[in-house]
Design a protein around this ligand. Structure first.
Ligand code: 13P
Ligand code: ZN
Length: 271
């Protein structure tokens, strides 16, 4: 059996958590990460027959029965994850009936998975249906993105358009736009269901006065999506109160999207 501390999925999760903290996206225990693991790869590091603990998922996760995830623990500080992964991370397997998470490794201080597990697992279900190569869900509290939800209308079309118009890369990096949810109580099945419903068509979902969810095939992809939205939101917040003398027109957004061959939300442009 290989040492799990050397596993790429563990190292990359630690690095991502550290980078998210460094960028100010994850104060205190803010944020959570889950990555769907390849079973054969995980078996190189874990005894698949040894279940340490079983914890109720609190909802029907049958669609993910047998699937393995590395997941950040609830109440854990992203600042510390790379220093103490065995305490702050866990590897769970969803039970056959979808009602339990079987802990195979981690949460060594008796802790448990993130309170946002419903939003993560329900989002994995939605994104896997949209893209069989989907693997990663990340949630965090990037400052400017949250600030923007305080001053900007929350409808997805206008929110996406404002982000797209701040800088050229946006329509190329997230041509599918950004889903937006009004404020809701976090850590509930209800916010999980609402997020997963948006995730059928978006890879990014903003929670008003809270944070953002980013998804992707890799941690880099999910991180890069959030990073690009946060850069755009920062530009928006730096300039929204000033006279805007120059911006990108809808024709220019279309031209950028066409040049890079991305499948963009044409209905979000006034052409
Ligand atoms: P957890 O500590 O349970 O992961 O919650 C953090 C968070 O960001 C809630 O939305
Ligand atoms: Zn949060």
């Amino acid at each position: 059996m290989k040492d799990i501390m050397t596993a790429p999925f563990l190292r990359e999760t630690c690095e991502t958590a550290s980078n998210m903290y460094r960028l100010g996206w994850d104060e205190r225990n803010g944020g959570n990460i889950s990555v769907l693991l390849d079973e054969a790869e995980a078996a190189e590091y874990l005894d698949m027959d040894r279940v340490l603990r079983r914890v109720q998922t609190g909802f029907d996760a049958k669609a993910l029965a047998g699937r393995l995830f590395i997941v950040t623990g609830t109440g854990k500080y992203f600042r510390n994850i790379a220093k103490q992964p065995e305490k702050d991370l866990g590897v769970i397997r969803i039970s056959a009936d979808g009602s339990e998470a079987e802990l195979l490794w981690g949460y060594s201080d008796g802790g448990s998975f993130t309170s946002e597990l419903p939003a993560h697992l329900m989002t994995h279900i939605s994104r896997l249906a949209a893209d069989p190569l989907h693997r990663v869900v990340t949630h965090c509290h990037p400052t400017h993105t949250v600030a923007m939800t305080r001053v900007h209308p929350l409808d997805e079309r206008s929110f996406t358009r404002s982000l797209w118009k701040t800088c050229t890369e946006c329509v190329i990096v997230f041509p599918d736009g950004v889903g937006v949810l009004p404020w809701m109580v976090c850590g509930t099945n209800a916010i999980g269901e609402a997020t997963a419903a948006k995730m059928k068509e978006y890879r990014l979902v903003v929670w008003a006065s809270h944070g953002i969810y980013g998804t992707g095939r890799t941690l880099d992809e999910a991180f890069g999506l959030i990073e690009t939205v946060e850069k755009a939101a920062q530009l928006y917040m730096l300039t929204a109160h000033l006279p805007i003398l120059n911006t990108m027109t809808d024709e220019q957004l279309e031209a950028a999207a066409e040049r890079f061959g991305v499948d963009y939300r044409r209905d979000f442009l006034d052409l």
